[in-house]
Write a protein that binds this ligand. Sequence first.
Ligand code: SF4
Length: 289
Amino acid sequence: MKLRVSVGSAIALGLMKGSMKVEPGITYLMLPGICDAKCSYCTWGKEDYLSRVRWPEFDVELLEGVKNYCLQTVEKKGLERELEAVLGALGSKGDVAISYLTPERAEILEKNNVRQVGIGLDACTAELYKKHKPGLSWEKALDSFNYGFDFACHIILGLGESDEDFLRLTQSMKDKNVKLALFAYTPVRGKKPVGYISLRRYRALQLASYLIEKEKASIEDFEFEKGKLAVMPPFFDERAFLTRGCENCNRPFYNERAGTEPYNFPEGCFESYDLMQEVKEYLDSDNDS
Ligand code: SF4
């Protein structure tokens, strides 16, 4: 049985040679095979890349007992059988990222002591979900949060949502005690772009959602103009700009090239950037350019 390993994780495990600017906080694994969901923004199936990351295949025996992993799943026939076999073969506790849960999927995760579950909601509204993820169901994804796991909700910013859409979703996830795992839409070579987000808009939304997650503010404390964030409570904490999601998940260079300003900082290396200035610029602007 084969399993994909992100190139950074493969280097950290000694399965490949290479150097890294930032070590992955956990080991990123992925089920093999082509995903049937065909989401508009996804590059999976093209030259082993998902977003900016390459995922070479290795025998699962080489990964037995690996600690602190996140297993990303792909929607395909026989997913449940394969998930059960892989979690059993890995043999240690880890996290799982999946599009949605069913009673069968939840039972497999529970039986294998999965610690945290990331649900790939990705879009902020039912309409955007339908547009970008036509092969999947918004209702099923949302219902997944009713199972008894420690959840992270994956959201990709830049798919056409308004700031208000995103922050209302953030509040509803906070009310369910679900953490956010934020991603920036990343256009990739060879595929027509389906979205866009500037760094300054991403910064403002990172900070605003952090305020809600940390209960420093609630949705009523923000003002919007036609859906765009216009006023937010005065607050600054650099931790808002760190990669967020499950514990220790830092996803280095998932959305950007090393050496460029990262959307999510995998660690506290903020010195060269005036992040609050980026937030202010966005609040003062009337668009996301
Ligand atoms: S937040 Fe990180 S560890 Fe959690 S499911 Fe998502 S990718 Fe995996």
